[in-house]
Design a protein around this ligand. Structure first.
Ligand SMILES: Cc1ncc(COP(=O)(O)O)c(C=O)c1O
Length: 392
């Protein structure tokens, strides 16, 4: 570039000619709202999909595309698209698939934000929703058989760790022509692939185990090319796209997904078994325990049981208020799936949006502690829990 140009012009264009990136080994964060083309024909080819190329980052972005491809491959899907958060992924997917007058069948035990979407937002838009008892697979099947457009599942559920039989319910849904959407956030693609069990779409809060470091929000939807194209189209118009920096952090986190989740599976099972023997604890909720009511279904559809467990304290909510501050090796925070252990109560985490009455109606005990196991040494975590429980 000629240095005879004025300072104002050099400040804008200087150093930016040619390809700015030479073969980095790591995925670059591409912060560009739009992508430029030398002429209208090349631009038109990219815009109409005749040639690969990005146009505008609300639609597609090179960094974000790498994350989508990584999750697509792990979920063994034809296509994937991403969102600004897990809730954006869930709500946009539902709004893509549903129209006024449609009926949705789901379960009582979904994540609080999902529950609110189902009970507040969809009915306001003219859709009806039936929420079934999560453990009653026959009951859910019967509700599906009464006719619906969408079946929304989550397994394991947040925070009660119930399991639904994805293959059985997907078969029921397909008999009536309904589309099945499964939230796979708790299991991760390392432990479970809902598409292989018959689900049509799988959704993730990438904020949790996929990213794994508690530093970025994101959501991903995977499934057939046709369905994902419809969800993508809805998102490119309504705009809840993933930020490239968040995509970069999620990509970096995902490189260790398999290692982290294997460790978290192992530690969570060991801690759940240990908690079963503690006097202060009246119930342990973890699908890997033989005593879990849906353990057989979990064994059939999961390769590991995940890094989150919940336990109920004999002394209820007051007891949880005494125990939680004593934990030295846990964040008390509204998140899960990170390398650090995170503990909380449903009232302050997954179901903060719900009233105590709503939580009770959903079968969530107030004295429940949700414990997301990190990658710390499991004996250290058990020792920490032991000293904290002595205050129960
Ligand atoms: C199972 C499940 N689905 C969806 C979400 C929502 O994800 P996000 O917080 O990324 O919007 C959460 C959040 O905790 C969750 O636990």
């Amino acid at each position: 570039m000629s240095d005879h140009l004025s300072a104002a012009t050099l400040a804008v264009w200087g150093g930016e000619t040619g390809a700015p990136i030479q073969n980095p080994t790591q995925v670059p964060v591409v912060y560009s709202a739009a992508f430029g083309y030398p002429d209208v024909d090349a631009w038109l080819d990219a815009a109409t999909g005749r040639r690969p190329g990005h146009i505008y980052s609300r639609n597609t972005n090179p960094t974000v595309a790498v994350l989508e491809e990584k999750v697509r491959l792990l979920e063994r899907a034809e296509a994937a698209t991403s969102f600004a958060s897990g809730m954006a992924a869930i709500s946009n997917t539902l709004l893509t698939l549903l129209s006024p007058g449609d009926r949705v069948v789901s379960i009582q035990d979904t994540y609080g934000g999902t529950h609110k979407t189902l009970t507040e937002i969809l009915p306001r838009l003219g859709m009806s929703v039936e929420l079934c008892e999560t453990a009653d697979q026959g009951g859910i099947e019967a509700a599906i058989a009464r006719g619906c457009r969408v079946v929304l599942l989550e397994s394991p559920t947040n925070p009660t760790l119930k399991i639904v039989d994805i293959a059985r319910l997907a078969a029921a849904a397909h008999r009536g022509g309904a589309t099945v959407v499964t939230d796979n956030t708790f299991a991760t693609p390392i432990n479970q692939n809902p598409l292989g069990l018959g689900s049509d779409l799988v959704v993730h809060s990438a904020t949790k185990f996929l990213g794994g470091h508690g530093d970025a929000l994101g959501g991903v939807v995977c499934g057939s090319a046709d369905l994902v194209e419809r969800v993508f189209h809805f998102r490119e118009i309504t705009g809840a796209c993933l930020d490239p920096m968040a995509a970069y952090l999620l990509i970096r986190g995902m490189k260790t997904l398999a290692l982290r989740v294997r460790q978290q599976n192992e530690s969570a099972l060991k801690i759940a078994r240990w908690l079963q023997g503690q006097a202060a604890v009246t119930g342990v909720f973890y699908p890997g325990l033989e005593a879990h009511p849906q353990h057989d279904i979990a064994r059939a559809q999961m390769r590991g049981f995940g890094g989150v467990l919940s336990f109920q304290l004999r002394g209820g909510f007051e007891s949880a208020k005494r125990v939680l501050p004593r934990l030295n090796l846990a964040h008390r925070a509204a998140n899960l799936g990170a390398v650090e252990t995170i503990a909380g109560t449903p009232a302050t985490t997954s179901h903060v949006e719900c009233t105590p009455e709503e939580r009770r109606a959903m079968g969530i005990p107030e004295g429940l502690v949700r414990y997301s196991v990190g990658i710390e040494d499991s004996d250290d975590l058990i020792a920490d829990l032991a000293q904290a429980l002595s205050a129960a």
